[in-house]
Design a protein around this ligand. Structure first.
Ligand code: HEM
Length: 121
């Protein structure tokens, strides 16, 4: 941990190109991120996920803080690695629709701390 939710709110402005968060959030280019920490991957109602994202969720991926931290620098690579480690290399193809990448470590911690303020755990 070590993330600052107030700083994360500023970082989240970059995410808002595609995502909404909060009690009244609606799907946009990306799925609603309200409650994403602790949620199974690819399960927000009404969002048309990529096969890669959906398959990772079906294989058991849950958006823990650690997993979001590993995902943000290279979303497609992270999902493919997860599926490959689960013995599902045949599904580790294509790419996620999330083209955005966030490399900076402190910024990732801060944005995750912000996401947590909208999640049960
Ligand atoms: C998916 C986080 C920025 C587009 C996701 C997911 C997370 C996430 C956790 C998986 C959600 C799920 O499985 O329900 C973030 C964060 C961002 C960010 C924290 C900012 C730091 C963006 C931006 C875009 C974008 C800027 C558009 C350019 C998408 C799309 C998906 C997605 C389209 C669905 C992926 C798929 O179906 O393959 N994002 N995102 N995201 N995000 Fe982002």
């Amino acid at each position: 941990d070590g993330g600052d939710p107030a700083k994360g709110e500023q970082i989240f402005k970059q995410c808002m190109t595609c995502h909404r968060i909060g009690p009244d959030a609606k799907n946009a280019v990306g799925p609603v991120l309200t409650g994403v920490v602790g949620r199974a991957t690819g399960t927000y109602p009404g969002f048309a996920y990529s096969d890669l994202n959906k398959h990772a969720g079906e294989a058991g991926l849950v958006w823990t803080e650690d997993n979001i931290f590993e995902y943000l620098p290279d979303p497609s690579a992270f999902l493919k690695k997860y599926l490959t480690e689960k013995g599902k290399a045949d599904q580790a193809t294509g790419s996620t629709k999330m083209v955005f990448k966030l490399a900076n470590e402190q910024q990732r911690k801060d944005v995750i701390a912000y996401l947590k303020t909208f999640s049960e755990k």
